[in-house]
Write a protein that binds this ligand. Structure first.
Ligand SMILES: Cc1cc2nc3c(=O)[nH]c(=O)nc-3n(C[C@H](O)[C@H](O)[C@H](O)COP(=O)(O)OP(=O)(O)OC[C@H]3O[C@@H](n4cnc5c(N)ncnc54)[C@H](O)[C@@H]3O)c2cc1C
Length: 386
């Protein structure tokens, strides 16, 4: 099953393509994505974000009143495809725009929407997600960071970990325990926290790639104004599930980057000489591996198409996002392993060497392999809970 694009989607594609052709110069194509966030890169990304925002393309899924286009799933697919085709940089604020903003739009007060959304859209504020803790990852509801109401403030104490962009973030969507006396899902609240408040300390965690792309954040007697509450007090679980549902919905576009990498791998095999002096692409073992990865990449696209088609027909999102996340993360690892195998000893300092290391975390982030397999076993195969 492949998606058939209706004429309106193709009209939108022409519009987006014309804009991208006119604006994505080499300066933007070569910008890359540098999670360490050196100042010059951050400023360049801000410029790019403003350009997108002025054209109405910074967050096309958001409602028009907040600077989006109210784009449906079909337009979002087309937009993603065209951004990839043009090799345009993404957003400075991926977590804010895709995951946190939908929760602010759904649960925020008018003041919160006014204050946060426009600045987020233009990359003026960067956001991070403060969910995981040393003892609360897959079992997120076990989180222990406490927020005790004291007059018109909450006093926050605790530790968050694995915070992507935490070192650059101006704001954090923070999950805290406001009522320790009730069942664990029921005593959680969500706060929108200014990262410059006294008592907040951000420490980088160096990954196996040697990069400082994520962090641990400690909170020591941090006074957070009570109006930072997002959604009702003690009902932060509902807010968190909204944020995570949007994070999961993002898997629909993951095949784009992956299939681009598989195409690059095929080129690499054609350009690299093997041990017999002929291109690696002539080696039967490498050919088999390339063909297998290509077909798995195409099947991931079909899985994404099915998710979009379900959404278009108003069917609820099912456990397919777990299947897509699992398949994508394992494929990313296989693709980078094959890149290293093609390059041999030279791989360690290459793009593929870095990819190989970076891809290890993909089977953990956004739901681990084991958790996704549990979802598939229970909800797709009908097996009893483990
Ligand atoms: C690249 C990356 C970026 C991240 N960014 C963020 C971020 O911005 N903000 C944030 O809050 N968090 C972030 N995280 C954290 C991520 O959400 C957690 O790592 C993830 O939820 C797993 O939690 P954990 O690391 O505590 O592992 P645990 O939950 O402790 O799991 C340890 C192991 O036990 C297995 N396991 C756990 N429970 C079960 C079960 N019920 N059945 C079978 N096996 C089980 C797991 O699969 C895993 O192998 C990020 C992680 C990564 C790798």
């Amino acid at each position: 099953m492949d998606l058939t694009y209706p004429p309106e989607a193709e009209d939108f594609r022409r519009e987006v393509r014309a804009w991208l052709d006119a604006h994505v110069t080499a300066q933007w194509r070569d910008l890359g994505y540098d999670l360490e966030g050196p100042p010059a890169w951050v400023e360049a990304m801000r410029d790019w974000n403003r350009l997108l925002a002025d054209a109405g393309y910074a967050a096309i899924a958001w409602p028009v009143e907040y600077g989006g286009r109210g784009a449906g799933p079909m337009e979002q697919v087309v937009f993603g495809e065209e951004m990839h085709r043009a090799r345009a940089p993404g957003t400075l604020n991926p977590i804010g725009i895709s995951n946190i903003a939908p929760s602010i739009i759904q649960f925020g007060t008018d003041v919160q929407k006014q204050r946060f959304l426009g600045r987020m859209l233009r990359g003026e504020d960067i956001w991070c997600q403060g969910f995981s803790e040393p003892n609360a990852g897959s079992d997120l509801a076990a989180l222990a960071t406490s927020a005790v109401r004291d007059g018109d403030h909450y006093v926050v104490n605790g530790q968050k970990v694995w915070n992507t962009l935490g070192h650059l973030a101006d704001w954090c969507e923070l999950l805290v325990r406001t009522d320790p006396s009730v069942a664990k899902h029921k005593g959680i609240s969500c706060l929108l926290v200014d990262m410059t408040l006294p008592g907040i300390e951000v420490r980088p965690l160096v990954t196996i790639t040697g990069e400082r792309s994520f962090n641990e954040i400690t909170f020591t007697d941090v006074l957070v104004p009570a109006d930072a509450l997002l959604g009702p007090e003690h009902q932060g679980w509902m807010v968190a599930m909204t944020t995570l549902a949007f994070e999961r919905a993002g898997v629909a576009n993951l095949h784009l980057g992956l299939r681009t990498k598989i195409a690059a791998l095929i080129e690499l095999a054609q350009e690299t000489d093997g041990r017999d002096g002929r291109p690696v692409a002539c080696d039967p073992v490498f050919r088999q591996r390339l063909a297998a990865l290509h077909s798995l990449g195409e099947s991931l696209k079909l899985l994404s198409d099915r998710a979009v088609s379900n959404e278009l027909q108003g069917r609820p999102a099912g456990p397919e996002s777990s299947l897509a996340k699992l398949r994508w993360s394992l494929l990313e690892q296989s693709v980078s392993e094959l890149g290293c195998a093609i390059l041999g000893l030279g791989a360690s300092t290459s793009f593929w060497g870095r990819e190989h290391l970076a891809s290890r975390g993909l089977t953990i982030a956004g739901g681990t392999t084991e958790i996704n397999k549990n979802v598939i076993a229970e909800r797709m195969l009908g097996l009893p809970r483990g």
